[in-house]
Design a protein around this ligand. Structure first.
Ligand code: RAM
Length: 489
């Protein structure tokens, strides 16, 4: 049941979008039937596009029929979209087949695109005329205020990493924090948590975080469980698919918001929603971390399909409860139930530590993975010394199940920082994110596996989001932990 008051608050916080018109020169290249041209606009944009066509030859005696494709990275253009048969809809491919009747002339495309590259292919003209592109106009849209971002005198490579992170976040900041402006253009809780952290350090649009918190709280599913994501267009509606870990991250996102803004009114108002996620989750997870996914929804953690998520789920649960406890104390609420649960579940977690292996092991097959160790350390069930020893062993362990998304890597970098391994965190952050920069990208991706850079969880890279919310956190890490890297004159 919708909470009308919360939805009204979210609505009042709807941002005004900053709009900018940018003109790009066309080309004198004459395009005959079957020929194409690719424009590289040099940076990532989100918005609407106009294309201006010129003609050569005799008076056009037939419409122009052309194909246009927008791409975030160049590889998308070499992918044959007709060969895509993955489990996400083909309709996400930013490709159109259009007739233009009146020539020479321009056309304003009705959809919003996310792109750096534009390919125009002429499918049909007539023997009387050919075309060329006089120019492109981009109507760029974002709710991010560039003036708010403080830049630092970092080294060239830090600045590049920072710029691309900021560009990624900027493109995802629309009427909400979208997961990806190309796809799904939706508000996802797991992504929101990381975007909010990067936003506090950069664009400082605290109201946008607040709006997103109210949107989730305003659209609860059955029993008050929060959805993993909200559809926004045309009507706001919670997706009927909850996710165990994402619902819990509402707690952390709210606590981070309060820690940053001191907005106690919002904390008070949304605390019951946060507490409800604890109550609902507690009955869906057993002492091994196994989640009743039929009730609580799936556990995400990372895109790696091999990953056994039990240990991570328990770690995330304890991690969230610790933020809930801080909130309860701040609001002078009764904390006993939360404290007891943290103590009990921490004991459960320690039982999953295999002394012989020196790792937390997950599921029946006792899987050893990076994410299991990372979430156990982040949850604080082991101390710094033991955490460091686990990480040391992990870096030497050949067959531990790895990570493949910037979302998972974010937690890895955070763990290194928490364990006092700042320099290593800095190196690993560069190593991973620089891989995407080296591939020529001007934004960071939904999934990036250095061993298999174009791997896809969807069955084809053409529906990937190459400007993806959760990958923007180097801007957060650099500002929060590495300001000392500033080069001073
Ligand atoms: C993808 C989204 C989003 C992520 C979920 C789990 O479809 O793009 O970023 O949070 O899956």
């Amino acid at each position: 049941m919708e909470n009308v008051e919360f939805c009204r608050k979210a609505d009042q916080l709807k941002p005004v979008l900053y709009k900018e018109e940018i003109d790009f020169p066309g080309s004198e290249k004459i395009l005959k039937e079957g020929e194409e041209i690719i424009f590289d606009l040099g940076n990532h944009y989100v918005g609407h596009v106009d294309i201006d066509f010129g003609t050569v030859g005799r008076h056009p005696d037939a419409p122009l029929y052309f194909e246009i494709q927008f791409a975030e990275i160049k590889e998308e253009l070499s992918y044959d979209s007709s060969s895509y048969h993955g489990w996400l809809s083909k309709s996400w491919i930013q490709q159109e087949y259009i007739h233009l009747d009146n020539l020479p002339g321009s056309i304003s495309l009705p959809r919003r695109y996310a792109f750096r590259y534009v390919r125009i292919r002429v499918l049909s003209t007539s023997p009387n005329y050919d075309v060329y592109i006089k120019g492109l106009r981009v109507h760029s849209e974002t709710s991010a205020d560039d003036k708010k971002v403080k830049r630092y005198s970092w080294s060239e490579k830090d600045r590049l990493l920072d710029d691309i992170s900021i560009r990624t976040l900027r493109s995802c900041m629309q009427e909400v924090f979208e997961d990806g402006p190309k796809r799904d253009r939706r508000l996802w809780l797991g992504d929101l948590r990381l975007q909010a952290l990067a936003n506090y350090e950069t664009f400082q649009n605290d109201d946008l975080v607040k709006r997103c918190l109210y949107l989730f709280a305003g659209h609860p599913l059955e029993e008050g469980r929060l959805s993993s994501n909200i559809f926004l267009y045309l009507e706001e509606e919670a997706d009927d698919q909850p996710m165990f870990d994402y619902a819990l991250f509402f707690i952390d996102t709210l606590w981070d918001y309060y820690s940053h803004t001191g907005d106690k009114e919002t904390l008070e108002e949304l605390y019951p929603t946060a507490y409800r996620q604890f109550v609902l989750s507690s009955s869906c997870i057993d002492e091994n971390g196994s989640v009743d996914e039929a009730k609580a929804g799936r556990v995400f953690v990372d895109w790696n399909f091999e990953l056994d998520r039990n240990v991570s789920a328990l770690g995330i649960y304890i991690y969230a409860l610790k933020d809930l406890l801080k909130m309860a104390r701040e609001l002078n609420k009764d904390t006993k139930a939360i404290e007891d649960e943290i103590a009990r579940r921490s004991l459960d977690a320690l039982k999953l530590y295999d002394e012989r292996e020196g790792f937390f092991v997950s599921g029946e097959k006792k899987q050893i993975s990076w994410m299991s160790q990372i979430w156990m350390i982040l949850s604080g069930v082991i101390d710094e010394e033991k955490g460091n020893a686990v990480l040391e062993r992990l870096s030497k362990r050949k067959n531990a199940v790895g990570m493949n998304s910037p979302y998972a890597y974010h937690h890895y970098i955070q763990v290194l920082i928490d364990l006092g391994r700042k320099e290593e965190a800095y190196q690993k952050m560069h190593e991973y994110w620089d891989g995407m920069i080296e591939r020529g990208s001007s934004t960071f991706w939904e999934l990036y596996d250095p061993k298999d850079p174009v791997a896809s969880p969807y069955g084809g890279l053409v529906v990937h989001s190459f400007c993806h919310a959760w990958s923007c956190t180097p801007a957060y890490f650099l500002r929060k932990y590495f300001k000392d890297k500033e080069i001073r004159d």
